[in-house]
Design a protein around this ligand. Structure first.
Ligand code: GLN
Length: 382
């Protein structure tokens, strides 16, 4: 058959998680927590099921959940999102990214992608018949080279996809980045796909710059969020998408024939759980402690940290002092020989550009991080 994605294999998250299982390694690769979720949330889902919320939810999502989300966003980002016309509940963030690109792209369009980039972006652009125009972020701080972005815009540029806090680098966009984004895109007909799934994981007193805070940006944006990252429930595959009414109307035309809707009891439970602001407002201190612990443990190992994670739950580390294997080989070797799985960062570059970096996920119990670094303590500096 003719493959839609001839150069794409299995996603690195599946490859490394499978390898971790096979070799009984501690899995700091794929981003997911290993600690329990809130028992209150579990009880709310159970109750929703017992109360009979077991049939199809409305296509756009349970109204109470959309209302709770609109209130939360409007308070946090001083926006005026309408729960009926501007929010759709989706089966996860990756799904919403796919549906968003399918909504806006025509064959031959170009999309600007800042690399390293989450591995679904480019294949999603390509299955929609469009072309990714890849621009490297500045190494090693991963800030945006706005001159390069500007120079890459052509008559075919349909969109730019941005991601803050950033996976895998942990870079958090500044107010100035948002102003630059506005300046560079305002006289174009480009859309902005804004992947904000780590919105609540900003560290060291940073604040999240959502496109929702900038009306002129939001007017041409589709914004992606994830409950998995906020409530530690990645396995629920629940997220949502926010866009101005006209765009959202088009998004829903796609969504209704992709998954139609998503599971009802979790939506009912999440609507109730959202009333407790602390569940998300306390995430920065929760994850700051974990990042600091990981950094402290790594300090005694032969890794080099070029940049502390500013946000997200990922920390990059260079292994230049250990050996000069390609990063994929290094990550496999570390999993097999030392029992710790990580993600090689070249998996986030379309051309396999290899800066000899691996990504650690620190959304783990303290004891998991400690045990992993204990295993890594056998590593020798070359
Ligand atoms: N977002 C998660 C990560 O970057 C994984 C998503 C996935 O496994 N598809 O690790």
């Amino acid at each position: 058959m003719v493959s839609k994605l001839p150069n794409i294999g299995t996603t690195i998250f599946t490859v490394m998680s499978n390898l971790a299982k096979e070799h009984n390694a501690i899995n700091l690769s794929q981003g997911f927590p290993d600690y329990p979720i809130s028992p209150v949330l579990v009880d709310l889902v159970t109750k929703a099921m017992q109360d009979g919320y077991n049939q199809y939810a409305p296509m756009i999502g349970v109204p109470e959940l959309r209302i709770a989300l609109a209130e939360k966003m409007n308070k946090l980002y001083q926006s005026s999102i309408h729960p009926d016309t501007e929010i759709t509940i989706t089966p996860g963030g990756t799904y919403a990214i796919y549906a968003a690109f399918t909504t806006i792209l025509q064959a031959g369009d170009e999309v600007i992608v800042l690399e390293p980039a989450y591995d679904s972006y480019i294949p999603t652009i390509e299955t929609n018949g469009a072309k990714a125009i890849c621009i490297p972020l500045r190494y090693p701080d991963y800030s945006v080279d706005w001159e390069l972005v500007k120079a890459s815009i052509t008559a075919k540029t349909k969109a730019i996809i941005i991601n803050t806090p950033h996976n895998p680098t942990g870079y958090v966009w500044t107010h100035d980045d948002m102003l630059k984004l506005d300046e560079v895109t305002k006289d174009t007909s480009m859309y902005i796909i804004s992947d904000e799934v780590y919105e609540h994981i900003t560290l060291d007193g940073r604040t999240h710059e959502s496109v929702l805070k900038y009306p002129s940006l939001f007017a041409r944006s589709i914004v992606i969020y994830s409950f998995g990252k906020v409530f530690h429930t990645t396995g629920w595959k629940m997220g949502y998408c926010v866009a101005p009414a006209e765009l959202m109307n088009e998004f829903r035309k796609i969504h209704q024939f992709l998954s139609f809707t998503c599971n009802t009891p979790m939506q009912v439970a999440l609507a109730q759980f959202l009333t407790d602001e602390n569940e998300y407002l306390l995430l920065p201190s929760f994850f700051e402690q974990k990042r600091n612990l990981l950094l402290e443990l790594l300090r005694d190992l032969p890794f080099t940290i070029h940049q502390k994670a500013q946000g997200s739950y990922f920390q990059l580390a260079s292994y230049e002092k250990i050996n000069d294997m390609p990063d994929k080989e290094f990550a496999i070797w570390l999993t097999k020989e030392y029992g710790v799985a990580t993600i090689p960062v070249s998996a986030f570059n379309h051309n396999g550009k290899d800066d000899k970096l691996i990504r650690f996920c620190f959304a783990k119990k303290d004891e998991t991080l400690e045990l992993a670094c204990q295993r890594l303590s056998k590593l020798q500096q070359r």
